[in-house]
Design a protein around this ligand. Structure first.
Ligand code: NAD
Length: 248
């Protein structure tokens, strides 16, 4: 028995990174999976490998959301879960951030999450689940990622409101808040494995960067019956980073 037998879940930004691991794990747990991304080649290859459906979906575009949900329902007959995972990160000081850059980040991270909830929830089975990917920076600040942190704080707010508004249909809405996770986003220069270890040993109580598979296991928990009485919550997965600072 898989934890998601008979369920159908859309995962955005699923061509690589955390979304890829979520798609793989959910499929292994018996779900019908929709791999949604703008990276067509990688997304299609993954879907083929794991036996999922690939749809091209730019999460900032409402009409593409409608088409993606149509395709999911056509392929599987129903939708029971959504993981709003797609996201982008840019480094800049607030004062140097051009408005276009700020809006680009908001459009993918925040508007994408809003459109996912707005488009999928009405077509979702009662008792469904939504997992939004916020961040450690959805709960605290981090210099030089102002637009990103603002969009991730907004996702926590959206999560709470959606949980309240969808609870009467038994739809649970939660957010994952990862700290640093080893993906292309956190390591855009593909710095060699191990080269950042000293940094994470200093920053993170557990002394290492997180793995995308670990975030996928939290998303599975929030998508499965194991979390049946949890809704409206930001769940932090950060190796203890947010717990506080050590002064000695
Ligand atoms: P990643 O860059 O490997 O994956 C992001 C995915 O989103 C990619 O496949 C990308 O193509 C897709 N994407 C980007 N824009 C899109 C759009 N407009 N429409 C659809 N798909 C789009 O990075 P990741 O670390 O796997 O990131 C996954 C999520 O986790 C993001 O929301 C990110 O903000 C969040 N997060 C990451 C970290 C980290 O340290 N890696 C920490 C906290 C939160």
């Amino acid at each position: 028995m898989g934890k998601l037998d008979g369920r159908v879940v859309i995962v955005t930004g699923a061509a690589r990174g955390q979304g890829e691991q979520e798609a793989r794990l959910f499929r292994a747990e018996g779900a019908g999976v929709v791999v949604a991304d703008v990276l067509d080649e990688q997304g299609q290859a993954l879907a083929k490998e794991i036996g999922a459906l690939y749809v091209r979906l730019d999460v900032g575009r409402e009409e593409e959301w409608r088409a993606a949900v149509d395709a999911a329902v056509q392929a599987y007959g129903h939708v029971d879960g959504l993981v709003n995972n797609a996201g982008i990160l840019r480094f800049n000081s607030l004062l140097d951030t051009p408005l276009d850059e700020f809006l680009e980040i908001v459009n993918v991270n925040q508007v994408g999450c809003f459109l996912g909830i707005k488009t999928v929830a009405p077509r979702m089975s009662d008792g469904g689940t939504i997992v939004n990917t916020a961040s450690y920076t959805g709960l605290t600040g981090m210099a030089y990622v102002g637009a990103y942190a603002a969009s991730k704080h907004a996702i926590v707010g959206l999560t709470r409101v959606a949980a309240l508004e969808l609870a009467d249909r038994g739809i649970r809405v939660n957010a994952v808040c990862p700290g640093a996770v080893d993906t292309a986003m956190s390591n855009p220069g593909a710095v060699a494995e191990g080269a950042m270890d000293a940094l994470y040993r200093k920053l993170v109580p557990l002394g290492r960067i997180g793995r995308p598979e670990e975030v996928a296991r939290l998303a599975l928990f929030l998508t499965s019956e194991d979390s049946s009485y949890i809704t409206g919550q930001p769940l932090v997965i950060d190796g203890g980073w947010l717990a506080g600072v050590a002064v000695v």
